[in-house]
Design a binder for this molecule. Structure first.
Ligand code: BES
Ligand code: ZN
Ligand code: ZN
Length: 489
């Protein structure tokens, strides 16, 4: 999708279709030219309500206001309504009303257009695609002093990068497990690194053994696909900060010998969402060329059953020497992350350390399908994640650790168990398990983000399609962007 930004008034721009955002529920605003027709069609201007007046070549879309959080899903719904249709190559749109954060609204609009036009058609004989190729954005309504062309153009550019990276992540997550396994991610990472000038190191089984990543290797053992850990790096000169991102990359989670029931196994191709988010973030960081050093570590493994499978009752030794009693092979993500977190901290001393994982069903039970849980020891770091997620249009809520729950991970024969002895608080106990693998130096710099809920949802919600959402990409990008603007002293 190509974007052109112009000061030409909307009516002078030729396009196949126009998106008109309606914020006035009485439909009395000057931008609403077909009030009677809309009323007749029963259009009420509610948030995300679409009314396509085909003959008038206008798509009306309701929004509660012109802030990013309302514009993004609204515009996504409008452009999504064209999926599978032909003859809508060019689209025009304006934001009309300016306010102090108008560049954020322009960015949200671009994100909404790119995110809403996403379709995953790889496996369809009849490809349903979005027809829009060119979007003309008119700054009609803005006074020249309110936003410069340069600011607007940057908002468009960054919005495009953020949303395209999200779609890139969605494609990976949506790809079935027989077509996307650890080696596929390694290939993808190498290709991306070459294109964008990122550093890329892939550790295969031999290197993983050398690095003593035995818990990761145990989870991987029964799969016909060998595991790998991928280290991507973006290293600008004189970086303002150093950030490490770690992602859970289970290309399939059958549960292992603690086998999942059939209907819980469906969608477990999405258990690679954490790693997929990290590679998407790396792509966007490189494209924006942010002055922050960013390292992405992806733990790629398939959790299967078989004669060589790791077992409940096994005791494993993680990279940092801690022993783990396995009581459930379906709590495998934390075992993989334990080793990758240790490795990441050995390789990089970071100012912030974030991990992303579809770690627990308990997180989905606790906060619902649309929200990620953020955990850690430092309230400010958790708040920062939540704040930037909100700006980016993602939902995050803190889940606080406590010492009582920590005790439920005790083992009689090893240093710790991989599951807790209570059925409750599973998202937090999983986070507290991970905390055992965070060094003293990184304790206050770490946040664990459980994206099990939003990473994969089987219906449309807001700007997200049915299937993979790309959860974690936009929020982290915003966070890293905010650090790049921060004063260094
Ligand atoms: N990948 C799952 C968590 C999950 C569940 C993600 C639903 C997305 C949707 C994870 O590996 C898992 O199986 N966790 C177990 C932990 C339990 C055995 C302590 C769970 O949540 O049931
Ligand atoms: Zn599992
Ligand atoms: Zn899992």
């Amino acid at each position: 999708m190509n974007f052109n930004i112009t000061t030409t008034p909307l009516k002078e721009i030729n396009a196949d279709v126009e998106i008109v955002i309606v914020i006035d529920k009485n439909l009395k605003h000057k931008t609403v030219k077909e009030r009677k027709l809309l009323k007749k069609a029963g259009f009420s201007g509610a948030q995300n309500e679409v009314c396509h007046l085909v003959g008038k070549r206008r798509i009306y879309i309701g929004a509660d206001n012109l802030k990013g959080a309302a514009i993004r899903p609204a515009v996504a719904a409008a452009i999504r309504s064209l999926n599978g249709k032909k003859g809508y190559k060019t689209l025009k749109i304006a934001t009309y009303v300016s306010h102090p954060r108008c560049s954020a609204s322009i960015r949200a609009m671009v994100e909404g257009l790119v995110l809403g036009s996403y379709t995953f058609t790889k496996y369809k004989s009849q490809k349903v695609k979005n027809p829009v190729k060119t979007v003309e954005i008119s700054l009609e309504g803005y006074e020249p002093h309110e936003i410069t062309m340069e600011t607007a153009a940057r908002a468009v550019h960054n919005g495009e990068i953020a949303a395209s990276a999200t779609n890139y992540t969605r494609n990976i997550v949506n790809t079935p497990p027989d077509d996307f396994y650890p080696e596929s991610m390694a290939k993808k990472a190498k290709k991306l690194a070459k294109k964008l000038g990122l550093g890329c190191k892939v550790l295969g089984v031999k290197e993983l053994e050398k690095e003593k990543m035995h818990t990761l290797l145990a989870v991987a053992r029964a799969s016909r696909h060998e595991p790998c850990v991928i280290h991507l790096s973006h290293k600008p000169k004189n970086p303002k900060k150093v950030i490490t991102l770690v992602g859970k990359g289970l290309t399939y989670d059958s549960g292992g010998l603690s086998l999942k029931p059939g209907d819980y196994m469906v969608t477990m191709k999405a258990d690679k969402s954490g790693a997929s988010a990290v590679i998407g973030i790396m792509k966007a960081i490189a494209e924006m060329n942010l002055p922050i050093e960013v390292h992405g570590f992806l733990g790629m493994v398939e959790n299967m059953i078989g004669g060589d499978a790791y077992k409940p009752d096994d005791v494993l030794k993680a990279k940092n020497g801690k022993t783990i009693e396995v009581r459930n092979t379906d709590a495998e993500g934390r075992l993989v992350l334990a080793d990758v977190l240790c490795y990441a901290q050995q390789e990089v001393k970071a100012d912030y350390l974030f991990d992303f994982a579809t770690l627990t069903g308990a997180c989905v039970v606790g906060v619902g399908h649309y929200t990620s849980g953020v955990m850690g020891f430092n309230d400010e770091v958790k708040s920062l994640v939540k704040k930037q997620a909100t700006i980016a249009g993602e939902l995050v809520t803190p889940l606080d650790f406590n010492d009582y729950l920590k005790k439920t991970l005790k083992s009689e024969i090893a240093d710790i168990c991989n599951i807790s002895n209570t059925r409750y608080g599973g998202a937090i106990t999983a986070g507290q398990f991970l905390s055992e693998f965070i060094d003293e130096d990184h304790k206050e710099k770490w946040a664990h983000i459980d994206i099990a809920g939003p990473a994969f949802v089987e219906h449309i919600w807001g700007e997200n399609p049915s299937g993979a959402s790309g959860a974690g990409v936009r929020m982290t990008l915003r966070l890293i962007e905010s650090l790049s603007k921060e004063n260094t002293h």
